[in-house]
Design a binder for this molecule. Structure first.
Ligand SMILES: CC(C)(COP(=O)(O)OP(=O)(O)OC[C@H]1O[C@@H](n2cnc3c(N)ncnc32)[C@H](O)[C@@H]1OP(=O)(O)O)[C@@H](O)C(=O)NCCC(=O)NCCS
Length: 183
């Protein structure tokens, strides 16, 4: 899938080195639930090796976010064990602050609703991660509550904000943006 500036594509084994380079960053790991820190030597290879099975089981698998052919981050809509379908994303730190996460996350919501036929997408962010909260707000997610979510890198649970977007809200957003373009 392509957006104005980005392409989302499946991750491939050749992405391992670049993923390791971008993921080996405390500022990234400390905001994510499941990214280990320090990032293990074969962490990317091991993680990428799980993706084919995730797709076979219909769980979806993360996408590489690329900018002019360069991998800058990861976004995914993943079916969780409890049945929820959750949007998640991260960018390498040099690429923060340009609207890329919002652009990629919006594209991923389209994949979730249009391609995977999801009824409701969930997401969440640690309370201290205001930038991610803003990304989700701009995508059309709405507050549903608070919870404690695990942070592997910190080795503790963190106070988190939970959000969700329904299929109807997604469709309403599409209609609104189409109406704006026609007007
Ligand atoms: C969070 C993250 C994805 C944001 O990526 P990004 O490309 O910079 O995000 P965008 O530019 O699309 O949007 C960020 C928004 O947050 C705002 N923002 C940035 N820092 C902020 C802060 N400290 N407080 C409040 N808002 C903030 C920006 O101004 C922007 O909003 P605006 O467009 O209304 O001005 C990126 O910083 C990242 O990957 N962080 C580490 C991993 C992570 O947190 N992943 C998400 C886990 S829930």
């Amino acid at each position: 899938m392509t957006t104005d500036r980005l392409t989302l594509r499946w991750l491939i084994p050749d992405d391992a080195q670049r993923l390791t380079e971008l993921a080996s960053n405390w500022n990234v790991a400390r905001m994510l639930a499941r990214l280990p820190y320090p990032y293990p030597e074969n962490g990317a290879e091991d993680w990428l090796a799980t993706h084919a099975d995730m797709r076979t089981r219909g769980h979806g698998s993360p996408y590489a976010i690329t900018l002019a052919g360069t991998l800058i981050g990861v976004v995914g809509v993943e079916r969780m064990d409890d049945g929820r379908v959750e949007l998640g994303y991260w960018l390498g730190e040099p690429y923060w602050g340009h609207g890329y996460a919002t652009e990629a996350a919006k594209a991923a919501t389209h994949i979730g609703f249009a391609d995977l036929g999801v009824g409701t997408l969930t997401s969440g962010h640690f309370e201290e991660n205001a930038a991610s909260g803003r990304v989700l707000q701009k995508c059309g997610f709405r507050y549903t509550g608070t919870s404690m979510r695990p942070c592997l890198a910190r080795g503790e649970d963190m106070a988190s904000v939970d959000l969700a977007m329904t299929r109807d809200a997604w469709l309403a957003g599409l209609v609104a943006s189409a109406t704006l373009q026609v007007a």
